[in-house]
Design a protein around this ligand. Structure first.
Ligand code: GUN
Ligand code: ZN
Length: 447
């Protein structure tokens, strides 16, 4: 078996953060040829066993799990930084017009390639992403992710009302838009789900842009394919909530609408989850659905603050997400810092302050666990797929000055969370079959 070993500082989760100042990470193929972690620990304890392997020494560098973005929109790269009074005008004036362009295959492919390269440049190696309501956009994102050997989950955006006609799912020759969108979703599941490192997410955009018929059919599809994901939005903005309550008055709450249509289960990921009461939180816990917390988006659109104390008190799963283009950055460092601000806001009521280790966990092992991918990505325990980042904590003069002063792991991580961005990510290593050529450009995916 051909192994590769890296000597550097190491960060992983067991489940608490574990740091090894002088560590050794050993990577090699599993039975399917995917590069996985074979061993991790201190240089002193592991080097006798692996001294015959090629060892790459990376002094002064920190190897950490690739980041996991639980909710991001690939067609919204160009929408970032679009000013609006709130979610609904932002959707109408900027997002829906841009998403209409993804009917074009050429446009979709260029945007998908740029998006994935941008994720990688920022150290994000796994994403649960929205596409648009056009199958072209879904195929483009899957193809581009496959070419880069990425673990990526996406799906056809389901919306059959309350958006511009060109963005709604289109009827077939003998089917209405709802029926046709589910036929197309099932065909995409067959084509992509479980192929290489790709997964399919059944994707009703949010309840207000789907008819009862479409939500019902989406829930039935989700029951037929329990290994697929579900992704949507919920309880982000007060106007959105009022609209959803008007459209689905029979449900007990906006969130409960999704449960009523069979759209809450394990592997169901709801973005935002801000304006919840304890019944909503209990519904999340009981169904196994999880929240994708999107703090830069929530601050940018003025949506509100995720209630960490409420989530922990009732006990449902969550992790971090950029929510680009409502979100303002692809960088996990920016997202973790915004999550810290959100935790501070809650602290005035609850005394909670999010620790740097917990913030980092939410964007790696915690996000992977929430996605049902614990032990697969987001960590560097033996058996995990070898997606990792090589961080240079001295990437800028200010970071060099500040990280040199760190006297604990929390201080080191927090320096990077507060002062860091894509410049910290020196290299990204993606697990894939060993035959693929490597590239040593900084920030590029390597073998
Ligand atoms: N709710 C429905 N669609 C969207 C979207 O594209 N972004 C955000 N932030 N919320 C939504
Ligand atoms: Zn979103």
């Amino acid at each position: 078996m051909s192994l590769r070993a890296y000597r550097a500082s190491l960060l992983w989760f067991e489940p608490g953060a574990h740091y090894e100042e002088d560590g050794l990470l050993v990577v090699g193929p599993n039975a399917k040829g995917v590069q996985v972690v074979q061993a991790i620990g201190s240089w002193r304890s592991l080097s006798p066993s692996y001294c015959r392997q090629p060892i790459e020494h990376l002094p002064g560098r920190l190897i950490a799990p690739g980041f996991v973005d639980m909710h991001v929109h690939f067609p919204q790269t160009n929408v970032m930084g679009s000013p609006a009074a709130g979610l609904l005008p932002w959707l109408e004036n900027y997002t829906f017009p841009e998403e209409q362009r993804f009917e074009s295959q050429a446009y979709s492919e260029e945007a998908a390639g740029f998006f994935l390269d941008e994720l990688l440049r920022n150290g994000v190696t796994t994403a649960l992403a929205f596409a648009t309501s056009h199958t072209t956009s879904v195929n483009a994102l899957f193809s581009q992710a496959q070419a880069r050997h990425l673990r990526l989950i996406t799906g056809l955006c389901l919306m059959d009302r309350h958006a511009p006609q060109a963005l709604l799912n289109q009827p077939g020759r003998t089917t209405n838009a709802a029926e046709q969108s589910l036929i197309e979703s099932e065909a995409l599941i067959t084509r992509w789900h479980g192929k290489d490192r790709l997964g399919y997410a059944i994707t009703p955009r949010f309840a207000p842009t789907s008819t009862d018929e479409q939500l019902q059919a989406a829930g039935e599809l989700a029951a037929r394919y329990p290994q697929t994901w579900i992704q949507s939005h919920v309880s982000e903005n007060k106007d959105e909530i009022a609209w959803a309550r008007e459209l689905f008055p029979q449900s007990k709450s906006y969130l409960a609408t999704y449960a009523d249509f069979g759209l809450m289960r394990e592997r169901a990921v709801y973005a935002h989850c801000i304006h919840f009461d304890d019944d909503d939180r209990a519904l999340m816990r009981e169904t196994g659905a999880v929240a994708a917390i999107s703090p830069t988006s929530n601050l940018f659109l003025g949506s509100g603050f995720f209630d960490y104390a409420g989530a922990d008190r009732v006990g449902f799963g969550y992790g971090l997400a950029s929510d680009v283009g409502g979100g303002t950055s692809f960088s996990p460092f920016h997202t973790m810092l915004a999550a810290y601000y959100v935790g501070r806001e809650g602290q005035s009521k609850t005394g909670l302050s999010l620790s740097p280790q917990h913030l980092w966990w939410q964007h790696t092992a915690g996000a992977a666990r929430a996605l049902g991918l614990e032990g697969v990505v987001g960590n560097l325990l033996p058996g995990c797929e070898a997606d990792f980042v090589v961080i240079n904590p001295k990437a800028t003069p200010l970071l060099a000055r500040k990280t040199a002063l760190a006297g604990s792991l929390d201080e080191l991580l927090f320096s990077m969370i507060v002062l860091g961005d894509d410049r910290l990510i020196e290299r990204v290593v993606i697990a894939h079959p060993p035959t693929v050529q490597s590239d040593t450009t900084p920030g590029a995916p390597l073998s």
